[in-house]
Design a protein around this ligand. Structure first.
Ligand SMILES: C[S@@+](CC[C@H](N)C(=O)[O-])C[C@H]1O[C@@H](n2cnc3c(N)ncnc32)[C@H](O)[C@@H]1O
Length: 459
């Protein structure tokens, strides 16, 4: 049974009243969550096509009420049917409340967007799809381990419009003053919203934690806001439900920042888009998802805008991203064209550590953050001008390829995924993209002795 200490219970009883507090505690105790929630990566597949797939595999599918990119699965479908689209980068398992954040922030194609505390990238990848992989998305986080997960999610979902960085927020604000149209700040918090899942730890909750997190959040909010263009939108969100971190931080910030105001347009836009907004309790500020009401994780968010420019010092000039010149990239473009029939459009190549990263042209519009990395290592390069697509590149390019794509049977795909050798009759030695139905699987190396899939083991 979940332990909830008396100070935790007292705090929430006072905040939202006895009746709702009891229901909230009960949802924590029983771990009550709604159906399995998945976000569709619309850069790779439509919601309609993916819905059809899940239905064909025995699931019942409903639209998420909180985001137009979300679906909810119920029923006794096969587990395997979930893994295929995940592996192909068609899906991101994500709670409906988290998807709601990007509905409110509403990033647009071509914009400059910052995710200051981005890892593991649920909301970053959602933003990239809303931007249609154009514009510039800076995905920053301080945690090296979590940055790895962020990069892996970005490449799995085929994101080419992102810089990944590990910079302190204040340093970043020095190099990017009033630069971004939209900013997400989703920092670490006391996480009461996660107490309905096994991730949450209600027995560690204490009031000192709220003070500690609210101090960190205030500092991050101040830096994030410095980077917002006048008229831009900043979404401050947490998976905390208390009012010291959420309302407390925002109220203090608004009081000390004359250029900041709550962005009233955000709510109007949600109404227009017919996105459901959860009912609020006890007149608290911002939008809260209470698990006992929404059957999601708990979540808080509020949109803030900049009503006037802030005084800022001139920042140092920085160089833009160095990409391969026309004559330097020719061998790679010719390789992809000759071998797979692919013409790479609207993208540039950036060489780094024996890989060529594929990036959208828009990335040249913003000088990169310090010590940055990129999301999609599409080609592996060797000395002697040898090259081959990486796993990430193979999954990314398969739908564009017009030749050397092998369609596997279900038995072959299952064998390949377990790294067992395959027998493919009448196929010449060489490199092939492989797919099963419409799901890209990875790079298949057909040799004289052995044919195998060069792919990381399936999750
Ligand atoms: C709630 S998680 C972000 C989840 C992410 N938005 C998503 O949807 O996948 C908070 C993140 O903030 C990062 N973080 C905490 N303090 C930070 C700081 N000072 N600067 C940058 N990132 C920070 C943590 O490493 C963590 O990855």
């Amino acid at each position: 049974m979940t332990q909830m200490k008396a100070p935790f219970q007292d705090y929430f009883r006072t905040l939202i009243g006895e009746k709702d507090a009891e229901q909230f505690f009960s949802s924590i105790e029983k771990k009550v969550m709604g159906p399995r929630s998945i976000r569709v990566n619309t850069l790779k597949i439509t919601k309609k096509a993916l819905t059809k797939w899940f239905k064909s595999q025995g699931y019942e599918v409903a639209d998420s009420p909180y985001s137009s990119d979300g679906i909810e699965l119920t029923g006794a479908g096969v587990e395997w049917a979930l893994k295929m689209p995940y592996h192909a980068g068609f899906t991101y398992p994500q709670d409906a409340a988290s998807m709601f954040a990007v509905e409110v922030l509403d990033p647009q194609p071509g914009e400059f967007v910052l995710d200051l505390t981005a890892a593991p990238g649920g909301k970053t990848t959602h933003m990239a799809q809303r931007m249609n992989n154009t514009g510039v998305l800076v995905a920053n986080d301080m945690d090296t381990h979590r940055l790895k997960a962020l990069r892996s999610n970005l490449s799995r979902l085929g994101i080419v419009n992102a810089y990944v960085s590990r910079m302190s927020a204040s340093k970043m604000a020095d190099i990017y003053p009033e630069t971004f149209d939209r900013i997400l700040l989703d920092p670490s918090c006391s996480g009461e919203g996660l107490f309905v899942t096994n991730e949450g730890q209600p027995n560690y909750w204490n009031k000192k934690g709220l003070k500690h997190f609210s101090g960190l959040q205030f500092g991050l909010l101040r830096s994030a806001f410095r980077m917002l263009k006048p008229g831009g939108r900043l979404l401050y969100s947490t998976c905390a439900l208390n009012a010291v971190e959420n309302d407390g931080v925002v109220e203090d910030f608004l009081a000390k920042t004359p250029e900041a105001a709550v962005d009233a347009n955000a709510m109007k836009e949600l109404k227009k888009k017919k996105i459901k907004v959860p009912v609020q309790l006890a007149g608290l500020q911002g939008i809260r998802f209470w698990p006992h009401k929404t059957k999601t994780k708990g979540f808080f968010c509020i949109a803030i805008t900049k009503t006037a420019a802030q005084p800022s010092e001139r920042h140092e000039e920085r160089n833009s991203l160095r990409v391969l010149k026309k004559d330097e990239r020719k061998i790679y473009d010719v390789f992809l064209k000759d071998h797979f029939g692919i013409t790479v459009k609207d993208c540039e190549w950036v060489p780094f550590e024996h890989h060529l990263f594929l990036v959208g042209k828009d990335l040249l519009r913003l000088p990169p953050p310090m010590g940055f990395s990129l999301a999609l290592p599409a080609l592996k390069t060797y000395e002697n001008e040898e090259m081959k697509p990486s796993h990430e590149g193979s999954v990314f390019f398969t739908s564009m390829a017009t030749k050397n794509v092998i369609e596997l049977t279900k038995e072959q795909m299952e064998k390949a995924m377990k790294h067992e050798p395959l027998e493919l009759k009448g196929v010449k030695e060489g490199m092939y993209f492989s797919k099963y139905l419409d799901f890209p699987i990875g790079l298949l190396k057909v040799g004289s002795q052995r044919t195998e899939l060069l792919v990381p083991k399936m999750a």
